[in-house]
Design a protein around this ligand. Structure first.
Ligand code: FAD
Ligand code: A2P
Length: 271
């Protein structure tokens, strides 16, 4: 029997694709991930974000979301916050397989390797849902061709909030496409700030004191060898940016590659 348009995994609506949800996994009361069918024509660079959303009463409700899946994957993955009264996520949190999510056609962003000069070690520093773009990048074989080592850090308030990144790194070990490239070259470091744990503290503090480098057994940050991508709250970005600039790192962009790039994980109040 032929599929009708209604049954299609992806419906091209012009400005957006309406993509069928294929999988949903909740981690905490505030965090979940989901997958959708991928439009065959949608191309993106790992680390980029898209506008996604749901149909509203009068117009669609759309928000920026990092694509968390790698560029070779035939589905799209997103990692999401659940904001209690959030216009989008108060509804998005209830999606089920078979529902449809609107996906924009114009990926964009600065957390791309094109915006970085060549280097030896790539640091990806994240807090909260800022891990999402790095979920794409660590699963991308090309990243391991460009850099000898990849250091992915994720800091959250409590350890259940690290479930997504921990699971990704664990799954990579047996991934048939990327597992071998990442073996021994992906260094994962997590820390918590509001409960006790073996690795406790904000990433800013751990870099400033040098504890991060002691724990991962790598030299301290050096613009000669290291490149850095940062994704988190505005306050986290601003502090890390100042710290890197004080160490001689220059910010890069798509137009002018540099030593580090930043992107906010969400637009907070007043930003
Ligand atoms: P909103 O009205 O958009 O937000 C309400 C408030 O909730 C905000 O003022 C802020 O204080 C807080 N908030 C919103 N998003 C977050 C968050 N992610 N973490 C912590 N607090 C938050 N969100 C994701 O969940 N995953 C992503 O991959 C993602 N990528 C983004 C990429 C970019 C470039 C930008 C600018 C934002 C991104 N966001 C992401 C945030 C996202 O666009 C929405 O803000 C979020 O989905 C909440 O939407 P909302 O309509 O429910 O609430
Ligand atoms: P803390 O618990 O000390 O505030 P949030 O949920 O508020 O987005 O925070 C996510 C993580 O980012 C938390 O572990 C939080 O630590 C940390 N964080 C918040 N602000 C900063 C900052 N300015 N620099 C570094 N880390 C930060």
């Amino acid at each position: 029997m032929l599929d009708t348009v209604q049954d299609a995994d992806v419906i091209d609506q012009g400005a957006f694709f309406a993509c069928k949800v294929t999988e949903v996994e909740h981690f905490t009361d505030d965090l979940f991930r989901f997958r959708t069918a991928r439009p065959a024509t949608l191309r993106f660079r790992p680390g980029e974000f898209l506008m996604i959303g749901l149909e509203g009463e009068k117009k669609p409700i759309l928000r920026a979301y990092s694509v968390a899946s790698p560029s070779w994957d035939d589905t799209l993955e997103f990692y999401s916050i659940k904001v209690e009264d959030g216009a989008l996520t108060s509804r998005l949190r209830n999606i089920q397989p078979g529902d449809r999510v609107l996906v924009g056609r114009k990926p964009t962003g600065t957390l791309v390797t094109d915006a970085l000069k060549p280097g030896k070690r790539l640091y990806m520093l994240s807090t909260g849902t800022g891990a999402a773009p790095f979920a794409s990048l660590i699963r991308e074989p090309g990243v391991y061709e460009q850099f000898d080592e990849v250091v992915f850090t994720h800091t959250c308030r409590t350890s259940p909030e690290l479930t997504y990144s921990r699971g990704l790194v664990e799954a990579l070990k047996t991934d048939p496409l990327v597992g071998e490239a990442a073996a021994g070259r992906l260094v994962y470091f997590d820390s918590v700030t509001r409960e006790d744990g073996p690795r406790k503290g904000r990433i800013t503090t751990l870099i400033e004191t040098g504890e991060l480098f002691e724990m991962i057994e790598r030299p301290v940050l050096n613009p000669e060898t290291d490149r850095v991508m940062i994704c988190g709250s505005m306050a986290m970005l601003e502090e890390l940016k100042a710290m890197l600039e004080a160490r001689g790192f220059e910010e890069g962009s798509n137009a002018k590659p540099g030593d580090f790039v930043v992107e906010k994980a969400f637009a907070g109040e007043g930003v």
